[in-house]
Design a protein around this ligand. Sequence first.
Ligand code: C2E
Ligand code: MG
Ligand code: MG
Ligand code: MG
Length: 277
Amino acid sequence: VAKGAGKDRHERFEPIMHSAALARLELATALRTAVAGRELLLHYQPIVDTRTGRIDGVEALLRWPHPQRGFISPDEFIPVAESIGVIGDLGNWVLRTACTRVSQWPNLRLAVNVSPLQLGPALPGQVRAALADAGLSADRLTLEITETMLAADSPHVRACLQEIAADGVKLAVDDFGTGHSSLSRLRSFPIHELKIDKSFVIGLATGDSHPGLVAGVIALAHGIDLEVVAEGVESSGEYILLKNLGCEHAQGYHLGRPVPPEDIDALLRQHPTQPLS
Ligand code: C2E
Ligand code: MG
Ligand code: MG
Ligand code: MG
């Protein structure tokens, strides 16, 4: 490359590269401050038991109210939290805060998302402490992991999950269908349920998504004794279809958006939950 051309290139591309790197750095710095200052919040989204039509659980979802940008999506900031090494502390805070909150809601189950970076020897003890301090029984907690965590099949991950499951905590595979799980490997982990990714559910009733696909996943799950949660239920048509296919649980905007805990309090006053069977 001629000296002149190289210089041109720099002049044209450097500012763009700089601004992207700068934006990442700014986000990382702001996130560090927000985590240290406890500025992140948890919202809770109802999960409905299709057999009773009642709310029987909630999923805790992180929210970051950014001073300039409003709420930033966790899909954007979780990877940043992972890359700057704060996901361990943040994940433990989520676990403790959510367990404490849900212990105040009689009979409700709690689902918490876990980052692959949290799956290590410290996690089982953190989970136990969060449950004990909140006074929440282990069978009310489900940890959501992803297919990729199982695909790597590391002995450390396996040991961690087995210890957590042995304590009575349930495990769910989140966003199921977006990765590639070997069924025999799935079966070899102490998994209780699959969460069908919302991309298979949205548009189910209008023909934009193929009902046969979802029916197949539900049959597959039941065939290996797993329960199913459908994510992304946005219409009553989708809900009825899923219920008729034997999908045990449903979650989505049609049933309730993720909301601050006070709104769950209000919801439960209107629709009290039944005791867990
Ligand atoms: P996820 O665990 O699959 O959570 C479900 C996502 O789908 C949430 O997005 C929820 O708001 C959204 N959703 C729920 N119902 C509907 C619907 O009917 N239609 C549509 N289009 N979307 C719906 P959210 O809150 O933006 O979270 C995105 C992801 O960020 C989560 O996906 C999860 O992977 C991650 N995340 C959130 N909180 C945590 C956390 O505390 N720890 C970790 N490690 N990850 C988290
Ligand atoms: Mg989830
Ligand atoms: Mg999901
Ligand atoms: Mg996800």
